[in-house]
Design a protein around this ligand. Structure first.
Ligand SMILES: Nc1ncnc2c1ncn2[C@@H]1O[C@H](COP(=O)(O)OP(=O)(O)O)[C@@H](O)[C@H]1O
Ligand SMILES: [Mg+2]
Length: 223
């Protein structure tokens, strides 16, 4: 779950991304995040990922009140959240295998499990021949698939996806949506920022519309 109580968020106070917003996203929701370019979708996802804190108000993620908690709790909480960045943010000096394995290693997962899961997802993403390569040698679509694999490998409770289909072809988009729905069936909250209206029409779900510092929900959450 994600709960905002009177949250304000801004880089510059005179053009807030959120202005006194109250919002509840129940655990297990699937929703789209939309709004004009530059309105703050990526910034909002980064706040949900606890990289940036609200300037005012209360934020709760997975039943945890962010303001009351110390850095260590926030580090642990972040391990339960997966994020696919718009610009992928792969780590340049780690191989594809090591990029994807990173969330598991941060949880001190046994290397035999790291190997089994990483190889399985490399296969699923059709990247098995790229395991030993470095991000800069991959195409945009391949890098996006690595970013997706890294975001889901540790089976997060919340998955934040920032324009995750930009570099993918149509068939890959359908497979990705299947993956998102499978994770959602397992109880993962999924929030996908997109400007792709065709995709939204193809897969109807509640839409969080960000504009003028407010979030409007144009369809109720299923509970
Ligand atoms: N690190 C930053 N410092 C200051 N301003 C930023 C930073 N990142 C983004 N912005 C500004 O915040 C606004 C929202 O950006 P962003 O969240 O990327 O929007 P969107 O994802 O909806 O296109 C933009 O005006 C952008 O220039
Ligand atoms: Mg963005």
């Amino acid at each position: 779950m994600i709960q905002l109580d009177k949250v304000s968020l801004y880089y510059r106070q005179d053009c807030p991304i959120l202005s006194n917003v109250t919002l509840h996203i129940p655990q297990g929701s699937f929703c789209w995040l939309t709004g004009p370019s530059g309105i703050g979708k990526s910034t909002l996802l980064q706040m949900f990922h606890l990289e940036i804190m609200p300037n005012a108000g209360q934020l709760q993620i997975l039943e945890t009140n962010i303001h009351k908690n110390r850095r260590l709790t926030i580090c642990h909480l972040k391990q339960r959240i997966g994020i696919i960045y718009q610009d992928f943010k792969l780590i340049p000096n780690l191989s594809i295998y090591n990029n994807i394995a990173l969330p598991l290693r941060l949880q001190n997962t046994d290397e035999s499990i790291v190997s089994r899961w990483t190889n399985r997802i490399l296969q699923w993403m059709n990247l098995q021949n790229k395991a030993e390569l470095y991000p800069r040698t991959l195409s945009g679509g391949e890098q996006q698939r690595v970013a997706i694999a890294r975001a889901v490998i540790h089976r997060p409770d919340i998955l934040l996806a920032d324009e995750p289909t930009n570099a993918l072809d149509e068939e890959q988009v359908l497979r990705l949506m299947d993956l998102f729905f499978d994770l959602n069936d397992l109880g993962c909250t999924i929030i996908i920022a997109t400007h792709n209206d065709n995709l939204i029409h193809q897969f109807p779900a509640p839409r969080l519309k960000l504009n003028n510092g407010q979030i409007r929900i144009d369809d109720a959450f299923k509970t």
